[in-house]
Design a protein around this ligand. Sequence first.
Ligand code: PLP
Length: 294
Amino acid sequence: MAAHFALLIDPAAPDDERRDFADTFQAIDPTAPALSVGELSSQRGDGIFESIGVIDAHPQELEAHLERLAHSAALCDLPAPNRDQWRQAVAAAAAQCGTGEHVIKLILSRGVEHGPTPTAWVTASDAADFTAVRVHGVRVVTLDRGIDSTTSARAPWLLLGAKTLSYAVNMAALREAHRRGADDAIFVSSDGIVLEAPTASVIARFGDRFVTPAPGSGILHGTTQVSVFEHLATAGHETAYETIRTAELARADAAWLVSSVRLAAPVVSVDGAALAVDAQFTASLNRYLLTPRD
Ligand code: PLP
């Protein structure tokens, strides 16, 4: 969805302690050109981002998103974000979101080629309507990510745990899933371990245990997955970060793709094999995810 609000940010040093960062923000026309042609985010995808779900003008799990932004910045050798500055930018964007579901994006790019500073901006947009997919779910295919479970540790320059702007591969995986007659994909390692979806984390239920792959395996640590696990633990369910073998996934009692804006989409089939959907439980998960959360 097109942004209805955009704010350019002059990134402050992480130790800048001023109370009010308003004079580092510049509201811009979200429909007009704003970036230089020398922008390394558009030339090379060299930058990081976050997509935050907004419910009735409340940005969900803001601190977890800022934490991951800082983690991605460290992995990419970008300057550490000033958290207060980003909090204030998000508050300004959230103030432009009315009732219902919206998305706030935070973008921190390497900046303009040969330029002195990174470029940063925040946008707010209407969220797409995911009501149906939260009920009817997604057919997924597993796709080999071409890396094994040791790659992330051996080759940190692949930035596997960072939420970078380089999503061309993730989008190609979605197109491949569509070509195979599915709605979405789950990346697996070349040694047969479940990783994540191109834009979501994977949670599987085996009996009364809810499991998800550990973030150290070269995947993003999903803010929604963490929030769901907290919710499940409070309700007395067992949760664990565990290796899930690709072959085990089709034997799960249920599975979901979870992410900040689509929320919990039940997996209805894996590589053509049907998976049970617990409609009531899924609805309760989405009710939880739709309440304001910090
Ligand atoms: N993994 C990938 C690759 C993603 O792109 C996303 C979200 O876009 C997630 C996991 C889920 O993260 P979150 O729950 O913080 O939205």
